[in-house]
Design a protein around this ligand. Sequence first.
Ligand code: CTP
Length: 142
Amino acid sequence: MNEKVNKTAITFGVFDLLHFGHFELFRRIREIVGEPGKVYVMLQVDEMIEKYKPGCKNVYDFATRQKMIESLRTVDKAIPYEVVGVDAVKNVDFNILVVGPEHTNERFQELFKWCAKNGKEVVTLPRTDGISTTRLKEILRG
Ligand code: CTP
């Protein structure tokens, strides 16, 4: 029997000041999983952003970032996480991890190994050129 397996993808980020690069990322992930599939955005909590990126002043707090992301047609759910790693995903039912090309640090390497051992596919998508939250903040600052 040709049993159809629904695809569920997760991806990690802060997603402050949503911009075209984020929309493109979610659109591409939706294309990968298809319509019956699910797109879950792992969204970093405020306390950890302050800890790991000192001086990074977010415009939107977690609850607002979550509301904005969950209002998008391409996304099903935004799930809080503290740090990238197995702990963040062990209770999430998914089969594809989507990352950006900058996601190469040790924590991601560990997670990639865990994915390989646990039958999860890892897909790296290119960034959209010319835009980032950092760049947007610079433009707004003038
Ligand atoms: N991303 C993308 N294209 C961009 C910017 C981001 O595809 N132009 C992707 C990243 O590769 C990552 C996700 O969006 O997978 C979340 O990135 P995040 O760090 O929240 O966005 P940035 O705009 O890169 O934020 P910052 O400038 O604060 O690093």
